[in-house]
Every structure is written in C-alpha cells, then in structure tokens.
Write a protein that binds this ligand. Structure first.
Ligand SMILES: [Zn+2]
Length: 231
C-alpha cells in the first residue's frame, strides 16, 4: 500500500486508543517501510525495475525478507507491545504501537505482488494478493476507499479528507501504464525510487499527524479514567 494510506491507518488506531499520542502510532504504521528504506540504502535488501517503468507492476520488490516478512512484522509488533506494556507500564501505548506495526503487513499483503515471505531465509511461499501486478486500478480504488474510510472512522476535518484524496490521486499514474507520470524516471534507478518513497513517508506522516491533531477525538473524563490517560 502507498504511503498516504499507511499513514491514514494511524487514524483508525488513534480512534481506537484516543488517549495515546498520535506520533508514535504514525511511526509504527510505517516502521516496516522505514526499515525497508534503511536496508535498501545499506544494500541488504534489494529493489529492481524493468527497463521501462510505466506503473507499479514494473517495480520489483525483489528482496526484502527482513523488513517485510510475516514473522518479522508480527514479532516486531508483539515485542514492542510487550516492552511498552510490561517494561514501561504503558499498556495502551504498547497495544496501539503493536497494532500499528502489524497493520502495515496486513495492508501490504492485500495489495502487493507475491513478494512477502513468511520469514527471512525461506524463499517460498511468497505472499501477496497480487493487485499491483494483476489489477493495479483495482488497487488504486481499494487504496482510495480505504483512506477515506480511515478518515470517516476518525471523523476528521475537510483538510484531512482533501489530503487523503489528493495524495491518492497523485499516485494515479503509478497504477496505470496508460497514464504517464514521474515513475518513468525511476527505470534503472532503484535508489531514486527508495528516496521518493522515503519522501512520501515523511511528508504523509507529518501532514496526517498535523491535520489529525486539529480534530483529535474527544475523550470524556469517564472514558479517560477507564482508558487510563497518561498510562
Ligand atoms: Zn510496505
């Protein structure tokens, strides 16, 4: 899934855990992608492109068993949750962050080509519903609708909705070979692709976080006590 809709997932988590600050949740929903960026820069994980890039189907996430495997994502989510809950006495923060980390895996499994392994060192099976490969426009619609649902559940303001819709539209050329766009410059330039995604991650997290704060879900004193504000 593209950066804006991973970032929008933080809205769902924030709605579920309104007393938890949104910043750590935003980082959590993109933790796997940030790890992917670092590991690509270090040459540990690898991304390749076709000779021409006309859509997301021409970009291969060739090797990313550490940042994007079922076991690494699930264990990172559980370990972070337990450390925050048992080690730091922050149960709600732990659950929100753990959920955020695992959400990334679930959303990528829904959209990616078959490029997600079960754990590092196991070459197959490779998981992913394959929308980016087989039906990229369906992936575009799914991502747009999902982002709007996140906004709706959060009950965000118009600015947040505009951001989600416009950022999804900005990605449209990646979902259709018939629509020209900046992806054509990425052919044979994986480091440029990684940097573009890093920029998208940072910009969408900052904007979603900033606009979400304008419509922070109300927490009544009773709910606050039950939820353990400050815990
Ligand atoms: Zn990802």
């Amino acid at each position: 899934m593209f950066a804006i809709d991973h970032a929008a997932t933080a809205l769902l988590v924030k709605r579920r855990y309104p007393t938890v600050p949104i910043a750590p949740v935003l980082i959590a929903v993109q933790a796997m992608e940030l790890a992917w960026v670092v590991l690509n820069y270090l040459g540990v994980e690898r991304t390749t492109t076709g000779p021409v890039v006309r859509s997301v189907a021409d970009i291969q996430l060739a090797y990313m068993p550490y940042s994007h495997s079922v076991v690494t994502a699930a264990s990172a989510g559980v370990v972070t949750w337990l450390i925050l809950e048992l080690g730091f006495g922050r149960p709600l923060l732990g659950r929100a962050v753990g959920l955020g980390i695992v959400s990334h895996l679930v959303l990528d499994l829904l959209t990616h080509a078959r490029d997600i392994v079960l754990w590092p060192g196991l070459a197959s099976p490779r998981l992913g519903l394959g929308l980016y490969d087989a039906a990229p426009l369906a992936a575009f619609v799914l991502e747009m609708v999902y982002g709007i649902v996140c906004w709706r559940v959060y009950r965000g303001g118009r600015g947040l909705l505009a951001l989600i819709v416009l950022a999804n539209l900005a990605n449209l050329s990646f979902f259709s070979p018939a629509i020209p766009g900046p992806e054509s410059f990425l052919a044979g330039r994986p480091p440029l692709l990684v940097t573009l995604i890093l920029v998208q991650i940072v910009v969408t997290l900052v904007l979603v976080g900033g606009l979400a704060r304008r419509t922070t879900p109300a927490v009544s004193p009773a709910v606050g006590r039950v939820a353990g504000i400050g815990a």
